[in-house]
Design a protein around this ligand. Structure first.
Ligand code: NAP
Length: 230
């Protein structure tokens, strides 16, 4: 039985899954790290790169034992939550129609000093641009401000005084709650910053983006951020 809210467009399709099925688009550093963390937390994981699953089957078997290499279409179709873990500049290769009605985590970042200037992302947050491209998706920005190498190392049980927190932003309150639940299950406190636009508070270049913080520290920084932008 899935812990995610039931939603007509996101049926639970993996009876073996304890907590639901994650569909990850991107089998690189972030995608495989999220996959391992999710498997550890009791989720079923389907993971896809841009091409045929046979191209990543061996690497998935080795670096993410327990996950299944599938096509992007299969990863999306079977998912209770989809994770976007591909390079931001490739976002137009995502099948927007397939994501309609899905809860979708946007873990991607726009980092112009590294990636170069991309005109699509010069206004607002990168997730707002992604939301425009995916009008039917229930988009939630999170997992973008933790290093892929930290995700599996920094998890802690609920109530631990030094438990790290991850910020969550969405214009869809129910989707945000479902993703916060997922984040908590990964071993992190989840802090809801509000609308998708509020995700500006944890994009590259911000204090929250730059280091590990507890929930109290993120709330404190959010108060400072909100006062500064008011
Ligand atoms: N580095 C970090 O610690 C960190 C932390 C948080 C977030 N991020 C963000 O996470 C994103 C991914 O970063 P990364 O370092 O994991 O990238 P990466 O190692 O280059 O991996 C990218 C993956 O995306 C796949 N891909 C490309 N287009 C796809 C599509 N349409 N559908 C499915 N998969 C597709 C690629 O597959 P092919 O090889 O087949 O093209 C590849 O497996 C970036 O936006 C980055 O800014 C990074």
């Amino acid at each position: 039985m899935s812990e995610f809210p039931t939603h007509a467009a996101t049926p639970i399709t993996s009876p073996e899954a304890v907590r639901g099925t994650l569909g990850i688009l991107g089998a690189g550093r972030v995608g495989t790290s999220v996959a391992r963390a999710a498997l550890k937390a009791g989720y079923a994981v389907n993971i896809a790169a841009s091409g045929d699953p046979s191209q990543i089957a061996l690497i998935v078997e080795i670096v993410v034992p327990g996950a299944k290499a599938v096509t992007a279409a299969e990863a999306v179709a079977s998912a209770d939550i989809v994770v976007l873990a591909l390079p931001l500049h490739k976002y137009r290769s995502i099948d927007a129609a397939a994501l309609s009605g899905k809860i979708v985590i946007d873990a991607m970042n726009y980092w112009s000093p590294i990636d170069g200037t991309q005109d699509d992302f010069e206004e607002g947050t990168s997730s707002e641009t992604i939301a425009e491209y995916l009008p039917g998706a229930r988009l939630v920005k999170t997992l973008n401000h933790i290093g892929y190498h930290e995700l599996e190392a920094d998890d802690k049980p609920s109530g631990h005084p030094h438990r790290r927190a991850l910020a969550v932003a969405s214009d869809d309150t129910q989707a945000a709650y479902a993703v916060m639940h997922f984040i908590e299950n990964l071993g992190y406190d989840a802090v809801n910053t509000g609308s998708l636009a509020s995700g500006a508070s944890f994009e590259p270049g911000t204090i929250i983006f730059g280091a590990a913080h507890t929930a109290a520290e993120i709330h404190q920084e959010l108060a400072r951020w909100n006062a500064a932008v008011a």
